[in-house]
Each structure stands twice: as structure tokens, then as C-alpha cells.
Design a protein around this ligand. Structure first.
Ligand SMILES: Cc1cc2nc3c(=O)[nH]c(=O)nc-3n(C[C@@H](O)[C@@H](O)[C@H](O)COP(=O)(O)OP(=O)(O)OC[C@H]3O[C@@H](n4cnc5c(N)ncnc54)[C@H](O)[C@@H]3O)c2cc1C
Ligand SMILES: *[C@@H]1O[C@H](CO)[C@@H](O)[C@H](O)[C@H]1NC(C)=O
Ligand SMILES: *[C@@H]1O[C@H](CO)[C@@H](O)[C@H](O)[C@H]1NC(C)=O
Ligand SMILES: *[C@@H]1O[C@H](CO)[C@@H](O)[C@H](O)[C@H]1NC(C)=O
Ligand SMILES: *[C@@H]1O[C@H](CO)[C@@H](O)[C@H](O)[C@H]1NC(C)=O
Ligand SMILES: *[C@@H]1O[C@H](CO)[C@@H](O)[C@H](O)[C@H]1NC(C)=O
Ligand SMILES: *[C@@H]1O[C@H](CO)[C@@H](O)[C@H](O)[C@H]1NC(C)=O
Length: 464
């Protein structure tokens, strides 16, 4: 063997050794493995690391952020959030955004379009003015609602329900509004608490979790915050950089095996299969049974997660829908209970801060295909444009953003709620080295998910 071919053989050998190592035969070890890099999982990962723990965060999408959707307009270079937009002015939120140097400011006139119309979206028929109560009546109803909320201080953090569960929380939201003459709140709840199918049919428990005191105050005083750059993704992009090799994106969990002292997670990543050995598992995805196929579920876990039903929620951006600048059309049906239209359907189509771009929000209590929803949005919009007689615009309608946020609100029946479902759910925390966070454990409210994760979950994770 010549000297040159000897060197070449050595080099090939070294490359093979290296290739083997990076293929993941060496397991990654960390204190925590977190599944889901959305709102709750990213927050937990950052805070656990700040508290001296090592983490591996697994996210199936190429980016972190979950329900955050930020659009970059190619014409103006401006960014615009149409997924998660608003935050509470509370210390957990301020600290988190400050850590990433992402400025927050008042939400301002993001939603105050200059012309608001109402129409029955089922027919396209324009309505003369709003069929909903005046702002004053809504304000009065919100004050009365605060008195109702004050009866249930346990709703602030997690789902720690007393036994028996107060009967009012098991009423449908429609019956609750009627019982306490809070009808003035119907439209505000419908348009603020989106994505939950037919809100009047939902148990009051879920609506009150979704409309906490912080949100009521923000509505009454106009004090919601948003990112100054209209770019919520800035925080998640910076979080991904900070996490570095601790975050595995575009990755699918294929199996989780929980032993008495450890958790072994197999992940399919763009650079091959990786094995992660951790002490604890934190599940930060929606715990629907069919989403947890990778997990070695026991009988109790299967039963609990199998109880959840869910609603559906989509958001979209449409360029050139055929509406004039500054216009927002709201869906209403004067013939329906409290004038709230029956869903599936669109809530609104509204001008955004970007020229020619309109945002659309859509919900359904049951599954619909992407094609169906897109087609319904375009058909409904065309009906509205025709019925209002809007002047012609250049260009044809085009989706420049469309996101399916299923499964959105996870709910169980009122029988289950009354029967102690949430005690059994909470009892899973910490069992089998497994913890949980996210909307199902608090509400669809990023600020309060972080607050709950910070003050309720994190101390338990760190004590472990
Ligand atoms: C359109 C829209 C607008 C909203 N607007 C606001 C708002 O203005 N203010 C507000 O506070 N809240 C808002 N919300 C609610 C939002 O804050 C919460 O829904 C929040 O995102 C829930 O956080 P989470 O961590 O539970 O779930 P998510 O943020 O959805 O995170 C779950 C993550 O897990 C990932 N994932 C799922 N399955 C797997 C798997 N098998 N393996 C790996 N990763 C997986 C998902 O891709 C996702 O990134 C909005 C929600 C939507 C949909
Ligand atoms: C948050 O609230 C404080 C008062 O508690 C106020 O001074 C501050 O301006 C608010 N922050 C923002 C970004 O509006
Ligand atoms: C609404 O309330 C404001 C003050 O809060 C008052 O000035 C106004 O007259 C009220 N409007 C109606 C229609 O009651
Ligand atoms: C993850 O799963 C999706 C959907 O099944 C698939 O398209 C993708 O290639 C998978 N990615 C990896 C890294 O295994
Ligand atoms: C839950 O499931 C039933 C059908 O099983 C459906 O009719 C209902 O509307 C679903 N959605 C919600 C949000 O409750
Ligand atoms: C409404 O606002 C848009 C910009 O968003 C502007 O172009 C339009 O002229 C405004 N219309 C009126 C009637 O103020
Ligand atoms: C945040 O959590 C703390 C501790 O549980 C709680 O006291 C506080 O009310 C929560 N903040 C909000 C805004 O809900």
C-alpha cells in the first residue's frame, strides 16, 4: 500500500466513524424532552434552561410558534400578524419579550377599520347597521360579567374545579347569558373568543376560561398589547437561535418509551433518526388521543385523552378580495338567537394594515377539508362584493396565507366535567415522568399559558 492510499484509507475510515456518530447512534441526553414548540413548549424550554436544566425541544414544523402566523408582504416589506396577535400587560409577558428584545406596544388601530358593515354571510345580504347591542350595552354587560367571574376565582389558574362543579358553569353559554341578562355580551364574546364552533352551545366553563378578567379589562380599557413590528415570529425565531442544537425542528416523534427513571424518545429528523434520553417528558401539544400515537399510553391516559372533542379554526389572508380599502364586513344573522350566525362559517373579512390584503377568520364545530373552507371563503366573499355593489378593483382574489389550526378548543361533555374529569386530568401531571402544558391546561391565551407555566408548572418541574 502506497503512503497516499494509506492516508486515503485512514481518511475514509475517519469519515465513516464521523458519519456513524452524526447518524445518531449516540443518544442525546437532557433533563427534559419537550414535544411541541408552540406557545407553551417554547416558553417552557427557554425558562427551564434559564433555571439550569438541559432540554431537547421537538417541533414538527420548520419553525417554532404554533398558532403564530406572520405574513411578510413582498410589496412593502412589512410584516403582519394574523394568527396570535394580542398579549396582556403582565410581568411574565413583559419579561419574556424583553429577554428577546422584541418590543411590545399598544394594539392601537390594528382593528379599527374606518368602515364597518354587517351582512348575513349565508345569503350575502347587507344589513342596515349593526344588529348587535350598542357599545354602551356591551360595556354594561361586561361589568356585570365581571361580577360573575368574581364568583369563580379558581378559574384563573388551570382547571382546579371544586366538587360539585357550580351548576352555572355547566349551562350552555347561551343559557347563561339569558339567565343573567348578559345578552349585551353575546357579540363581543363571539368575535373575541374565536375558533370554538358555535359559542352559544359551549359550556360556560370553557367560555369563562377563554374570557378571563385580564381580557375583560383589556377590552374595557383598550389595553391589549402587540408587537411593535407586527411580527410575533421575531420572538420565536430568536428563541430558535437561542435554543440552537437543543431544538429539533421539522422533526417527527416516532416513539416514546417511559421507564421508571427515564424517558426514551425516538425522533425522525431531517438529519436522520435520533434517540433522546431524558429524565422527564413535557408534552406541549394538544392531548387528543389520535395525536398521541407515538406515546406508550396506559389505560387511564387512553381513557382521559380519548374523552376530548375539539373545534376547528382557520385564518387566512386574501389579496384583492374585491372590497374597498379600510372596509370590514362582519357576519350576523338577525333571525338567529342573539343575531349570532350558525357556524361553520366566517366571522369577518377585514382590511389589514397592508394594502389590498384582507384577513378572514373561520370556525366549525366539526371537521371540514381545506378545499371546502377555501371555497366557502371565496364564494361568500364574492356574494358580499356583489350584494354591497363594491366598485371593481384590479386583480382577482388570491390566498396569500391560509392556516388550519386544528384541533383548536379541546372540550369534554358537561357530564364528564361534573363527574370529575379535570381532577383525573390534573392527576396525570408528573405521573410516569410526564408533564403537560398548553391551551388544554389553561386556555387559548398565550399570556395566561405562560403565566400558568411560570408559576404553577415550572416550580413543580424544577422541584423534581
Ligand atoms: C388564529 C389564532 C389567533 C389567536 N390569537 C391569539 C391572540 O391574539 N392572543 C392570544 O393570547 N392567543 C391567541 N390565540 C391562542 C393561542 O395563544 C393559543 O392557542 C396558543 O398557541 C396555545 O399554545 P400551545 O402551546 O398549547 O399550542 P400551540 O401554540 O399550537 O403549539 C403546539 C405546537 O406543537 C406542534 N406539534 C403538534 N404535534 C406535534 C408532534 N406530534 N410533534 C412535534 N410537534 C408537534 C405544533 O406544530 C405547534 O407548534 C390564537 C389562536 C389562533 C389559532
Ligand atoms: C403596561 O402597563 C404599565 C402600567 O402598569 C404602563 O406604564 C405601560 O405603559 C404599559 N405597557 C405598554 C407597552 O403599554
Ligand atoms: C354611552 O355612554 C357614554 C358615556 O359613557 C354617554 O356619553 C353616551 O350618551 C351613551 N350613549 C348611549 C346611546 O346611551
Ligand atoms: C414527518 O412527517 C411528515 C408527515 O408524515 C413527513 O412529510 C415528513 O417527511 C416527516 N419528516 C421527517 C424528518 O421524518
Ligand atoms: C363534538 O362532537 C360532536 C359529534 O360527535 C359534534 O356534533 C360537536 O359539534 C363537536 N364539536 C364541539 C366543538 O363540541
Ligand atoms: C379608509 O382607510 C383606507 C386605508 O386603510 C383609506 O385608503 C380610505 O381612503 C379610507 N376611507 C375613508 C372613507 O376614510
Ligand atoms: C399569574 O399566576 C399567579 C400565580 O398563580 C396568579 O396569582 C395571577 O393571578 C396570574 N395572573 C393572571 C393575570 O392571571
Amino acid at each position: 500500500m502506497s503512503f497516499q492510499s494509506f492516508i486515503r484509507t485512514i481518511c475514509i475510515f475517519a469519515l465513516l466513524v464521523l458519519a456513524n456518530a452524526t447518524e445518531g447512534n449516540d443518544p442525546i441526553t437532557s433533563d427534559f424532552v419537550i414535544i411541541g414548540g408552540g406557545s407553551s413548549g417554547t416558553y417552557a424550554a427557554i425558562r427551564l434552561r434559564e433555571n439550569g436544566k438541559t432540554v431537547t425541544l421537538i417541533e414538527r414544523e420548520a419553525v417554532l410558534g404554533g398558532h403564530v402566523n406572520t405574513y411578510l408582504d413582498p410589496y412593502t416589506g412589512q410584516t403582519f400578524d394574523y394568527g396570535v396577535i394580542s398579549f396582556d400587560n403582565i410581568s411574565v409577558v413583559k419579561n419574556y419579550f424583553e429577554h428577546f428584545d422584541v418590543p411590545l406596544g399598544p394594539i392601537g388601530d390594528l382593528f379599527t377599520t374606518n368602515i364597518s358593515y354587517y351582512a348575513d354571510f349565508a345569503t350575502g345580504t347587507p344589513l342596515t347597521g349593526s344588529p348587535f347591542p350598542s357599545d354602551n350595552a356591551t360595556g354594561a354587560a361586561l361589568f356585570d360579567y365581571e361580577d360573575q367571574l368574581a364568583k369563580y376565582p379558581f378559574l384563573t389558574n388551570g382547571y382546579n374545579l371544586p366538587t360539585p362543579v357550580p351548576a352555572d358553569l355547566l349551562l350552555t353559554w347561551g343559557d347563561f347569558l339569558k339567565k343573567y341578562q348578559l345578552e349585551g355580551l353575546a357579540y363581543t364574546s363571539f368575535i373575541t373568543l374565536q375558533g370554538i364552533g358555535n359559542i352559544l352551545a359551549q359550556p360556560t366553563l370553557y367560555v369563562m376560561k377563554y374570557l378571563p378578567q385580564t381580557t375583560v379589562t383589556n377590552i374595557l380599557t383598550g389595553s391589549f398589547l402587540t408587537t411593535v413590528h407586527h411580527n410575533n415570529h421575531e420572538l420565536y425565531d430568536k428563541a430558535l437561535v437561542e435554543l440552537g442544537s437543543s431544538a429539533l425542528v421539522s422533526s417527527n416523534v416516532t416513539s416514546v418509551v417511559r421507564n421508571s427513571g427515564s424517558v426514551e424518545v425516538t425522533v425522525s429528523t431531517p438529519s436522520g433518526t435520533k434517540l433522546i434520553q431524558a429524565s422527564q417528558l413535557l408534552i406541549a401539544i394538544q392531548p387528543k388521543l389520535e395525536s398521541l400515537g407515538f406515546l406508550d399510553l396506559n389505560v387511564e391516559e387512553q381513557y382521559i385523552f380519548g374523552q376530548f372533542n375539539n373545534s376547528y379554526y382557520w385564518d387566512a389572508l386574501v389579496r384583492n378580495p374585491g372590497m374597498p380599502p379600510g372596509v370590514c364586513v362582519n357576519n350576523a344573522n338577525p333571525a338567529a338567537a342573539l343575531a349570532l350566525p350558525e357556524m361553520p362559517g366566517m366571522y369577518v373579512i377585514c382590511a389589514t394594515i397592508l394594502p389590498d390584503i384582507y384577513s378572514v377568520y373561520y370556525t366549525s364545530p366539526y371537521a371540514l377539508s381545506e378545499d371546502y373552507v377555501k371555497n366557502d371563503i371565496l364564494t361568500t366573499t364574492a356574494k358580499l362584493v356583489k350584494a354591497f355593489g363594491f366598485p371593481p378593483v384590479n386583480g382577482t382574489p388570491e390566498f396569500v396565507g391560509f392556516n388550519d389550526h386544528r384541533p383548536f378548543e379541546l372540550t369534554v361533555s358537561t357530564d364528564d366535567i361534573a363527574g370529575g374529569f379535570y381532577d383525573r386530568l390534573n392527576a396525570l401531571q408528573g405521573e410516569r415522568n410526564t408533564w403537560y402544558t398548553g391551551a388544554t391546561w389553561q386556555a387559548h391565551d398565550s399570556s395566561l399559558i405562560w403565566n400558568w407555566t411560570e408559576y404553577t408548572l415550572l416550580p413543580r418541574l424544577l422541584a423534581n
